[in-house]
Design a protein. Structure first.
Lengths: 111, 502
């Protein structure tokens, strides 16, 4: 289970970074979304995650998932949602101003 | 009121104020005035916090919600945080003052002042936070407010600069989250004091060095250190003047604060390579920033590159790591914030007199003829940036050189002296272009520009701190000696629990 999670997170990371470096602005935004999901999964697995076991159980069983990373992931998800919606809105402004979705043609600042 | 709660005030006042003045969006004048009053209250609370820390001689620690330290989130106002918060609030206050007298269109935007206040909340919160994840949340608030303020800039490339910066800073936050995850896997805590203690006890964790590398990268992006600087000149040039004065002076200091905490608290035993890296990158930053500033064609861009050079000086002070050099870095941090904010405000007010509102040298050439008072202020600011005596810039350079001579680091000192000469070259060139050269087309000057109250206030502080430098140096030295022993911080955060009998 742990190995599987680790491999999945690694693949997501690779896809995210690769997409982020694409020239198309929409693709790079999607890359950002994938990357932030990979990081959230990493945070979730950071805290002794026990699969389907809930964070707190009132049985005498000792096995339970650590609750803190789940709280962290919740916060991180909210923040990355805000960030990504801001990126998308700014992409809208930029693509309608420059009439292109190619990052190499958006270079008003270079002059 | 529980007396530890004053550490909440510099965060809570602007946060509550930002939500309240959002309702005043239809009454622009009242919104602006209340933002000013809120910032004044916030500054007063940070002065109170600073005074309290100095009076009692021990940090003010507040455990949020009454949860004990390693479990809950603690806000820590120690010597370092109190000094940095005071500095930030002072500069933010002058920023609001500048915005009140500015002619920019984006000031009229209904969320300008609320966003400005949340920028302050983010910075203050990140400086006071005693918990790594909380620091991440506040840093994100800071980044998002700063980016939106730049995106609504009058400069038509504002949105593009904001896009560029936001991508890079989202990546930096990704690094920070990865570092937080790695540290949590290894040590099971995120409280900085607890973390420092556990790292000291068990330094063999394989993920520790990865976490250090990721945190270093994060703070380097935050304070635009040499290889991570490429977003900074664009971003600081395109931002509205009141905002770019904040970004280039106090927001970049978040990274400096992070490095201070990393080398003096979290990773004391592992910090040797980090300190060497800071010295090397600092020297490169000083030279590269100076040369790039000489090569620019825009006054604001020149000052943004100059920040790269000046942060280099601070990093060298942190990298040397002796009590003297850390004190020098702290004095430099404080003084540079005042100088750079004043200089950017002056460049912005010069730009506000032109029709196209640009600080490019071919536009602003000769504009200074109509604003001689700004010329005097800019000249004093230039002297301060270059480190010429009657200003506080001289104190900065003097302390850095003094601590360098103590360490026999003469190669670094020669390069730093070269960097200082470069500073003099580019500031004097800007002064000459704006104030000496006669204007080519005299009809393109507006009668009114941004008011000069805020930069005047800052320049008065620059001269005062140059002539009467002893208090600040004393404060920095005490802070630096206090920082030398990480146990002081650990004791302050975790010790109160023992006293409360938990």
């Amino acid at each position: 289970m742990e190995l599987l999670t680790a491999i999945a997170i690694g693949i997501l990371f690779a896809i995210g970074i690769f997409q982020m470096l694409r020239r198309n602005v929409i693709r790079s935004a999607i890359g950002l979304i994938i990357l932030s999901n990979a990081i959230n999964l990493f945070l979730l697995s950071a805290g002794d995650f026990q699969g389907i076991l809930p964070a707190y159980v009132d049985t005498a069983q000792e096995l339970r998932s650590d609750a803190l990373p789940q709280a962290l992931v919740l916060t991180a998800i909210v923040i990355s949602m805000g960030g990504i919606s801001f990126v998308l809105s700014i992409l809208y402004v930029i693509s309608s101003r420059y009439k292109t979705s190619d990052l190499d043609e958006i270079q008003g600042l270079k002059n | 009121m529980n007396s530890e709660q004053i550490v909440l005030l510099p965060v809570l006042i602007p946060l509550a104020g930002a939500s309240i003045i959002l309702f005043l969006r239809s009454w622009k004048q009242w919104q602006a005035r209340s933002a000013f009053v809120i910032m004044l209250l916030s500054l007063a609370s940070s002065v109170w916090l600073f005074y309290r820390v100095w009076l009692t001689g021990e940090p003010v620690v507040f455990q949020l919600g009454g949860w004990i330290a390693p479990v809950g989130i603690s806000l820590v106002g120690d010597y370092l945080s109190a000094l940095m918060v005071f500095m930030s609030q002072l500069v933010l206050f002058t920023g609001v003052t500048y915005a009140l007298g500015a002619k920019d269109k984006n000031i009229q935007y209904p969320t300008f002042y609320p966003l400005f206040l949340t920028l302050g909340v983010g910075l203050t919160g990140a400086l006071l936070s005693g918990d790594l994840f909380n620091l991440f949340v506040f840093a994100e608030l800071l980044v998002i407010s700063g980016t939106i303020l730049t995106a609504i800039s009058d400069d038509r490339f504002g949105a593009e600069a904001a896009f560029k910066y936001f991508y890079i800073s989202l990546l930096a936050s990704a690094f920070l989250l990865l570092a937080i995850g790695s540290l949590y896997i290894s040590y099971g805590t995120l409280n900085m004091a607890d973390l420092a203690q556990r790292i000291q006890l068990n330094p063999g964790q394989p993920l520790l060095y990865i976490a250090i590398a990721l945190l270093t990268a994060t703070f380097m992006v935050k304070s635009a250190v040499f290889p991570f600087h490429f977003w900074q000149p664009d971003f600081h040039t395109a931002a509205p003047t009141a905002v770019s004065a904040m970004l280039s002076s106090i927001v970049v200091k978040l990274g400096v604060y992070g490095f201070l905490r990393m080398t003096t608290l979290l990773f004391v035993d592992q910090s040797e390579q980090l300190q060497l890296l800071l010295v090397i990158l600092g020297v490169i930053g000083v030279i590269f920033g100076g040369l790039s500033a000489i090569g620019t064609h825009n006054a604001k861009r020149m000052l943004a590159y100059s920040t790269l050079a000046q942060v280099g000086f601070i990093l060298i002070g942190i990298g040397w790591g002796t009590p003297l050099s850390i004190a020098a870095a702290l004095v430099f941090t404080f003084n540079h914030s005042l100088i750079k904010a004043a200089m950017l405000m002056l460049a912005g007010s010069v730009a506000s007199r032109t029709k196209v509102k640009s600080a490019a040298f071919d536009v602003v050439t000769g504009v200074g003829r109509y604003m001689p008072f700004a010329g005097v202020l800019f000249f004093i600011g230039s002297l301060a940036l270059a480190g010429i005596p009657p200003t506080n810039g001289f104190i900065n350079k003097y302390l850095i050189f003094d601590s360098g001579i103590d360490l026999d680091a003469f190669l670094v000192l020669i390069l730093l002296a070269l960097g200082g000469i470069l500073t003099l070259i580019y500031t004097m060139r800007a002064f000459q272009k704006i104030w000496w050269v006669p204007p080519s087309k005299g009809d393109s000057i507006k009668a009114n520009g941004d008011r000069l109250i805020a930069p005047t206030l800052l320049i008065i502080l620059v001269i005062t701190l140059g002539l009467w430098a002893q208090p600040l140096i004393h404060i920095s030295q005490v802070t630096s000696i206090w920082l030398q022993d990480p146990f002081n911080y650990i004791q302050a955060v975790l010790g109160s629990i023992i006293a409360q009998g938990f």
